[in-house]
Design a protein around this ligand. Structure first.
Ligand SMILES: [Zn+2]
Length: 488
């Protein structure tokens, strides 16, 4: 394609992208959306990007990002129907006959809320086992999608893992050793911490049905009715961003409590950088702070990207990059001076909250080490889909010290939905800490009050995908160490 037709190709790609993003956003916030229009847009997407791949092939250099973006986009467009089928099956087939939440039967979407709301271990076990059994209806949908994706990428002369690794800028060896090491180092402090919290919360050693999502929420129940602060999540993060000299005024927030709206908060970059939206539903005070800060981290990142950056730099930001900023801003809640002087929490509450966050982070580290390894081995070793459950049981036993029923991974909200993704969370968590340490070293322990920090963040965010990652050594040992110390 000559330069002029490439620029018109890009213009058209962005207009399709924006229209599609808007429809997916409407679907996720529980608003009416036009399914026929979505089908037509996905069809257009596939044709449009395939046209690019045909004329450009596997180019190196500046347009390599566009190649990776196109391959991923064609793969998604070709399998989006199976993804919608998975969503539908999850909501309608993974439903309990015996238990209700909010007056209606517990289903996949309300499962975590139900688990966090009850102290009835037997009920949680029953639902867990029931849903693990019912995940068999999801299995063929997930398998078909993964295999279709693989076949399509093979036609394009590549494969899902290579595209992912190149996009993330990591080799397989580097990534797997990081994941293994991180999970291995986190295991012992996690086990110790788990012993303490399971004795506090369930009065016995933790079992498989006391999963990450149960503990993550339940551990903060003592603050669920009342957190002694007058601060509110949205005004607080907006004010913090302002102090940093970052402009949050373009970020729109949908906080309506609509039926059919996604229970977990999310950020959608509909048009980068001018239309970025956050969706959230009030849950409980600490979770609201964490999730609002996390999503504002995504939002300020996308809305700070240079409008003149290339199409792929704006729209193809790797997950291991995008999650840096969300985890970084969520991390403000893990800073003692932030909790005491910004939220006004009493010292002993702040210390207790911090200890509980550290436990959650250790749980996250070991759980995602298992999740990441499953996905990396599946694509790398060419494992049979049916072999994954057994491997998952082994991995949970190895990293968490608790053997899960292997099919559990299909009930997760990221594992069956995404081709890879999970390892990116760990990569980004390590990088977010490194970013925090770099800013604290330059601007002091209350770096969120310093304009200089904001300027450094903006410089990092502006280029989108082509950012300068030199602040990060990807030091997983330092990350685990930061979670293992009890010094507040
Ligand atoms: Zn995120």
């Amino acid at each position: 394609m000559p330069a002029t037709s490439l620029s018109s190709w890009t213009k058209e790609a962005e207009s399709i992208e924006t229209a599609k993003n808007l429809l997916y956003f409407r679907q996720l916030v529980g608003l009416k959306f036009d399914k026929k229009r979505l089908a037509s847009l996905e069809g257009k997407t596939k044709a449009h990007y395939t046209r690019y791949l045909r004329s450009h092939g596997r180019e190196d250099g500046a347009s390599r990002g566009l190649f990776l973006l196109s391959v991923g986009t064609v793969g998604m467009a070709a399998t989006y129907r199976q993804l919608l089928e998975l969503y539908k099956a999850r909501a309608t087939k993974v439903v309990s006959r015996d238990f209700k939440f909010g007056g209606v039967p517990v289903n996949w979407g309300s499962w975590r809320q139900f688990a966090a709301s009850t102290d009835d271990s037997a009920a949680r076990k029953e639902i867990f086992d029931d849903f693990v059994r019912k995940s068999s209806v999801l299995a063929p949908l997930v398998q078909r999608r993964f295999e279709a994706y693989r076949a399509l990428l093979s036609e394009l002369g590549t494969d899902p893992l290579s595209v992912y690794l190149e996009h993330e800028g990591l080799s397989y060896e580097r990534l797997t050793s990081m994941v293994e090491n991180l999970g291995g180092l986190a295991r012992a402090p996690f086990r110790e911490s788990l012993r303490g919290y399971s004795s506090e919360i369930v009065g016995r050693p933790a079992e498989y049905y006391d999963d990450y999502y149960f503990f993550r929420n339940r551990v903060f129940r003592r603050y669920s009715e009342r957190l002694p602060t007058k601060a509110r999540p949205i005004p607080k993060i907006v004010k913090t961003l302002k102090q940093l000299g970052l402009d949050a005024s373009r970020i729109a927030v949908d906080d309506a409590d609509r039926k059919g709206k996604s229970a977990s908060a999310f950020c959608s970059a509909i048009k980068v950088p001018t239309d970025v939206r956050i969706s959230y539903r009030k849950a409980n005070p600490l979770e609201d702070f964490s999730s609002v800060f996390h999503e504002f981290g995504h939002a300020i990142h996308f809305s700070s990207i240079d409008p003149r950056a290339s199409f792929s730099d704006r729209y193809a930001v790797a997950n291991g990059v995008a999650e840096i900023f969300s985890i970084f801003f969520e991390g403000l809640m893990h800073e003692k001076p932030f909790l005491t002087s910004e939220l006004g929490l009493p010292e002993e509450v702040a210390d207790d909250v911090l200890r509980r966050y550290r436990f959650n982070c250790l749980f996250f580290a070991t759980f995602y080490a298992a999740n990441s390894t499953l996905k990396l081995r599946y694509w790398h070793d060419g494992l049979a889909f049916d072999a994954l459950d057994e491997l998952y049981s082994d991995l949970t036993e190895r990293f968490l010290g608790v053997r899960y029923p292997g099919a559990y991974w299909k009930l997760h909200h990221v594992m069956p939905d995404y081709i890879l993704y999970s390892p990116s969370y760990l990569v980004a968590a390590v990088r977010a800490l490194e970013l925090r340490n770099a800013l604290a070293a330059r601007f002091g322990a209350t770096y969120w009050r310093e304009r200089g920090s904001g300027k450094a963040l903006l410089e990092l965010m502006r280029p989108g995908q082509s950012l300068d990652l030199s602040f990060s050594k990807l030091d997983e040992a330092a990350y685990v160490k930061s979670l293992s110390t009890d010094a507040a």
